[in-house]
Design a protein around this ligand. Sequence first.
Ligand SMILES: [Zn+2]
Length: 104
Amino acid sequence: MDKQFVFREVEHLQDRIGEFYEELGAIKVQLQELIEENQRLFLENEHLRERAKFYTEEQTPVQGEALKYLSSLYDDGFHICNLNYGAMRDGDCLFCLQNLQSRS
Ligand SMILES: [Zn+2]
């Protein structure tokens, strides 16, 4: 058995383990950042849902700031209708548009 060969192989493995360890550390940092961002987006989404629900449940015409808020929420790609308020939109929603028109 070539002892030099085995020694080089072990060294090579040791290097690769070191590289894997570094990559694993970097992935762990990214995962932590994603978890934090996910939590922040979750809270933001909850907040937006509550605000959208508040405005969509109002039966009186919404004016001024509230109407601007609903419009901007819709323009940002969220439903503002009673059916799907706060959820991401996939194209235009007739219920949302009707909701905006009836309030302006
Ligand atoms: Zn909608």
